[in-house]
Structures are given as C-alpha cells and as structure tokens.
Design a protein around this ligand. Structure first.
Ligand code: NAD
Ligand SMILES: O=C[C@H](O)CS(=O)(=O)O
Length: 479
C-alpha cells in the first residue's frame, strides 16, 4: 500500500480505527482503492474536544513559530507531490497533471498564510480624552470546523486549514467520504512536519448529517466553514445559527463566459475550453453558459467544436488524458437528462452527448441554439457540457449573465478597454476573469456573492474569517 494511504481518521495526533469500514472507489473503474474506518459522530466529538485542548498552546506560539511548522508541512507536501497527486486521481478521477496542479495550489496556501500570519496587526486609536488609551487586538476565533467537497479533495482543505492555523486556530475537517484519502495523506504529512497533536484533525465518515450536526453545533466550535452546494450550505448555515457560530460559505456557481464581437477569438476558444473541461467540468468556477455575439457565433462554434473533439477522454492515470471520469453514475445520469431536456426544448447537439456504457466517462459535449430558459443554462451543470447561447447586445447579455441566484465567477473576452471596464463593473459575481479563465490564485480573494456564499479564501483578506477584533479601553490614566 502506498505509504501515504491511511484508513483511519486522524484525531489528536492519533490514527483511530472504528467498528465500521466503507470503500473508497476509483471513478475510472468503480473498483475499491481501499476501505476506510467510519469515525461517525463520536469521532467528530472527540476531534472537536482534541482541537479545543490543542488551541491554547497553538495560539500562544508566535506567528513565526507557526509559520515555521506550516512551511515544514509545505515542503513535505511538495516533496510528495506525485504521490499525493496519484492518490487524488485514484479517488477523484481528474487527470494526473490536474491533480499535481491541485496539490501545489493547495500547498501554496500554506506558503501564503505562513507569511500573512505574521502581519495580523492591531490598532492604537488616537484617544479622545487624556485618561484613556484605546487599542484594538486581533485574536484567533477559536476551534474551526470544516466540511469540504469531493471535487478538489486536497486544495479545498488546504485553502481553509492554512488560514485557520496561521491565525492561531485549531482545525477539524470532514472531507467528502467519496474522496477522504487526500485529506488523510495531508494529515500524515502534517504529523511528519511536527504540527502538534490536535491542531489538524481529519474525520472520515459517511454519516454526513450526524457529523455535520457536531461540526456546526458543538459548544466548543467557534467557527464553521463550508465548501459545497448552495442547498447544503443553507442547511448547515441554519444549524450554525443555533450557537451563532462564525460562518464562511463557498457555494455553488453558474459562470457565464461572454465572447464579444471584438474578442480575440483564439484566446476565447482556448480560455473557454480550459474553464469548461477542467476536472471534467466539475469545478465551482467552470464556465456554465457560453454567450457568443451572433456576428461571430458561427466562427466561434466551429473552432470551439473542433477543439472539443480533440480532447482525450480516459483514465486520469494515463498519459495525455484531458478529461477524466465523472465522480459517479449519478452524475452521468444527470448529464444525460440535462442533454435530453435541452434537445426536447430545441437545442442542437454538435459534439459528444453520450457516455461509454457502464462507465463514468462522459464525452465532452457541445449544445448550440441553447436559450436561458433551458435547465442546462439555468442550473449548475457540474459536468462536461458546453451550452452556446447567441446574443446581439451588451446590455442584454449582461442582464442574462446576472439573471441567476448565484454569483461566484464570470468571464468575458473583449479587446476594447472601455467595454472591459463597463462590463467588469456590471457583472454580479465575486470574481471576473477578463480575457483569461485561469483565475484561481492563493494571493487573490476567492469567493462569491448572492447564493454563492460569503467570506474570502486566500489573499490578504483570507485571515479575516479566522480572527476576532477585540477593543481594549485602558482608563483612569490621568494623574
Ligand atoms: N465555492 C467554492 O469554492 C466551491 C468549491 C468546490 C465546490 N463547490 C460547490 O460544491 C458543489 C459540488 O460539490 P458536492 O456535490 O460535494 O456538494 P455537496 O453540497 O453535496 O457536498 C459538500 C460536502 O457536504 C457534505 N454534506 C452533504 N450533505 C450534508 C449534510 N446534510 N450535512 C453535513 N454535510 C453534508 C458532503 O458529504 C460533502 O462533504 C457544487 O455546487 C460546487 O459549485 C463550491
Ligand atoms: O471547484 C471549485 C474550486 O474552488 C476551483 S479552484 O480550485 O479554486 O480553481
């Protein structure tokens, strides 16, 4: 067995087995990779208690001492980048090149927040009378719990854990049970790096609701952070309200990609392909709707379809694969119904559109003559389908782009600087890619508005969610 594969939850620096095992399967062949122990709600309680006990000594360390340990962890992750990537592809399916990218992207948050943690400044406020001195302290919020999704089983954890640890908080995460191996491997490397027991804990369990209850309501939890669907985010947010936990939510998206008639067409085609088919379309910021000005729609579609047909579909462990399997048979069925519904409503299938029998491999698909009324435009696809929608007018297309309940990422292509500023300022999204779709970066604030959630991960804003502001009023100082 690879030396980074673990089968037990990591709690208080211990690998804890349990009574119940469940399989982790490879979506490329539905074979069991390994069985893991289900820690259940009891394990979650033990982890929260362990994080609570670890908090005082961890928060008392200097920012430099925490940074040194975080950078040791960073170094071990990068040293084991290939092993971590292979494990990620085995459990999630993405091509190895993408998995390696995810591992280094996740690790970059350790590097970034190791430094940011050393710049958590307070304030001295000019006093309004001579007998008082007014100060502001920033302090760690306390025990942080997290629930993360299967589509980025490494980076979605590191994007939270790095900020929490840098702020002086201890951390408990429950990864999606379809993809727990990456989280457990990260825990093994945290242990090797000398991250103290109880500071970073991983709970593996299929009991989503029961574990979620603990992580959102336990009295010793100060903050909860979630990455996942808007639907589940709403439920978990309501659970957090019982104890008024500090909350951050990274939820669903429905990204428009607008190609204006003054766009660099080749740039737009390549950017749309990258954004649409990364992780087989299973990312929160994947292009979900492609709006193309009618004057260039035929040209764009021809080039785009030709590029889509070049994409290689297959097992992510194989060389030269561009698109891996979807996470499950359920995801395949959803793609098929989105396509069937769209065709029934007048869309045209011009590439792909089916799945190799009894597998999770869904062909990269392109639909044209799509309208905003079709589910494939209104819903988050989370798969390898490109809906192309024509438009004539800038005002009309901005209104269409914004006419969704979510607001995570948006993209557009134009070579006109006046249009760039006009459109960028009117798009109702947390992040906007302009003539580029590779926008994710630890130094930049990642997050959405509307029903895509709140809070920002990465950037100089990323620590705010893990700190509390305390006002000190030092009085009776005058003689
Ligand atoms: N904004 C972001 O940064 C971001 C990143 C990745 C994914 N996402 C979103 O996540 C969704 C896809 O991921 P998913 O299918 O894993 O989402 P999901 O909401 O179904 O699951 C997310 C996590 O929540 C857990 N969960 C599900 N129901 C729960 C419950 N009742 N109580 C406690 N935990 C529960 C799941 O096991 C998983 O670990 C998409 O909507 C995507 O846009 C957003
Ligand atoms: O799926 C959502 C992720 O946040 C995408 S990325 O890893 O930040 O690009």
């Amino acid at each position: 067995m690879d030396n980074l594969i673990r089968q037990c939850s990591f709690i208080a620096g211990q690998w804890l087995p349990s009574e119940q095992l469940f399989p982790v399967t490879n979506p490329a062949n539905n074979q069991t990779v390994v069985e893991v122990y289900d820690a259940g709600a009891a394990g979650a309680v033990t982890a929260v208690e362990a994080a609570y006990s670890a908090m005082p000594s961890w928060s008392k360390k200097t920012a430099q001492q925490r940074a040194d340990l975080m950078l040791s962890w960073f170094a071990l992750i990068m040293e084991h980048q290939y092993e971590l990537a292979r494990l990620l592809t085995l459990e999630q399916g993405k091509p190895l090149t993408e998995a390696k990218g995810e591992v280094s992207y996740g690790a970059s948050f350790l590097q970034w927040f190791a430094e940011e943690g050393k710049r958590v400044y307070g304030d001295i406020i000019p006093q309004t009378n001579d007998s008082q001195r007014l100060l502001v302290l920033k302090q760690p919020v306390g025990v942080v719990t997290a629930i993360t999704p299967w589509n980025f089983p490494n980076a979605m954890i590191m994007r939270k854990a790095a900020a929490a640890l840098a702020a002086g908080c201890s951390f408990v995460v429950r990864p999606d049970p379809q993809t727990p191996l990456s989280a457990l491997a990260l825990a093994a490397l945290a242990e090797q790096a000398g991250i103290p027991a109880g500071v970073f804990n991983v709970i593996v369990s299929e009991q989503a609701q029961a574990v979620g209850e603990v992580l959102t309501t336990h009295p010793k939890v100060a903050k909860f952070t979630f990455t996942g669907s808007t639907q589940v985010g709403k439920l978990l947010m309501s659970q957090c309200s019982q104890g008024i936990k500090k909350v951050s939510m990274e939820l669903g998206g429905n990204a428009p990609l607008i190609v204006f008639d003054d766009a660099d067409l080749e740039l737009a085609v390549q950017g749309a392909i990258q954004s649409k088919y990364r992780n087989a379309g299973q990312t929160c910021i994947c292009t979900n709707r492609i709006y193309v000005h009618n004057r260039i729609r035929e040209q764009f579609t021809e080039r785009y379809v030709a590029a889509v047909k070049q994409l290689k579909l297959g097992d992510g462990l194989r060389e030269g694969i561009d698109v891996g399997p979807l996470i499950s048979g359920k995801a395949v069925e959803r793609m098929q119904s989105l396509i069937d519904d769209s065709l029934a409503m007048g869309a045209t299938l011009v590439a792909g559109g089916r799945c190799a029998s009894k597998s999770n491999f869904f062909e990269p698909t392109v639909l044209t003559n799509v309208t905003d009324e079709m589910p494939v435009a209104g819903e988050e696809i989370f798969g390898p389908i490109s809906p192309i929608i024509g438009f004539d007018d800038e005002v009309e297309v901005i209104s269409s782009a914004n006419a969704v309940e979510v607001g995570l990422a948006a993209y557009f292509y134009s070579e006109n600087i006046r249009r760039i500023w006009r459109v960028a300022e009117q798009l109702a999204f947390g992040m906007v890619g302009i003539n580029d779709t590779a926008i994710s970066n630890a130094v930049a604030p990642f997050g959405g508005i509307k029903q895509s959630g709140f809070g920002r991960e990465g950037s100089k804003y990323g620590l705010d969610d893990y700190l509390v502001t305390k006002y000190l009023c030092l009085g009776s100082l005058s003689d």
